[in-house]
Design a protein around this ligand. Sequence first.
Ligand SMILES: Nc1nc2c(c(=O)[nH]1)N[C@H]1C(S)=C(S)[C@@H](COP(=O)(O)O)O[C@H]1N2
Ligand SMILES: [Mo]
Length: 327
Amino acid sequence: MSDRLTNLGLATLLTLGVITGFGAFSIGTPKGRWVVVLHGLIGLAVVAVSPWKTVIARRGLARPRSGRWISLGLSSLAFVTLASGVTLITGLLEKLGPLTIMQIHVGAGLLTLVTTLVHLWQRPVRPKKTDLSRRAALRATGTVGLAGIFYLGAEGLLRATGLPGKDRRFTGSHEIGSKAPPPTSWLNDSTPAVDSLSHAVQLPSRRLTAVEIDDFGDEISAVLDCTGGWHSKNTWTGARIGRLLGDQDGESIVVRSVTGYWRRFPLVEADRLWLATRVDGTLLRPGNGSPVRLVAPSRRGFWWVKWVDRVEVDDKPPWWQPPLPLA
Ligand SMILES: Nc1nc2c(c(=O)[nH]1)N[C@H]1C(S)=C(S)[C@@H](COP(=O)(O)O)O[C@H]1N2
Ligand SMILES: [Mo]
């Protein structure tokens, strides 16, 4: 394979890897599973191309040039990204030191992107028309084919060894065998002190105490699937938001936490959102969002706002928010 093609191919794979990685965090239903499969294939395609890149890099490092530290840093970061990705799939390890494997994977992946941009600025590769030749297409197909074989091989290995990863969900998350989901923050939110008895949730035209919400007794069984890599199926009890809102004019529902954390949903989803006070029949514990938290089946964990104190309806479109929470 020519150096140009290898380098261009890797830059393309990295870009697609970041896009599908982001996509993998957004999906919550099996329809989106192809995004996760694609993300894995892209990682394995990088592995398939790496022998060629190693030859290029060896040759490059033999010549004393500026930017070699960037090159070395880049290969280390790419290695950490791939290794942590594989570790995530096996389900063998959840944390390394203070960081979760997912944090390492996302962190190293984003740093790989930044380092690649610096690297490309120092060693530019300019795409040419001939890069879109038949030969290039054949090589791309070969790489994808090899990645596919790696994928099937890895899947077979997971089954043969009986690693937890063989039962992973379509998102890649592993089931945790505990009663209630483990208290988890998106970034650095911490459990606030909320008085369960006096706490109330302000809705567009009414104010309901936690006890009143609990009295509705609407039940829903749903999977909480954290982008950190675990999922837990539980029965939640509380009140369906649709019936609390009644007829409302607007585009979206904003659900806010006492901590400032918030998420926006389409108003048409009101009947598929619940304010929950219990999990598996037991009142929520502080870490799980006591006394009132949102349950958003088919959406990933970061949508399930904890410690809810406000539900608003407004005219802004549902996408009018950061695609992932910022705090
Ligand atoms: N207020 C608030 N709600 C939040 C979060 C947060 O950081 N702050 N984290 C979200 C994330 S990322 C997940 S996975 C779930 C975890 O719910 P649990 O702590 O009950 O397991 O809560 C969500 N709700
Ligand atoms: Mo999460």
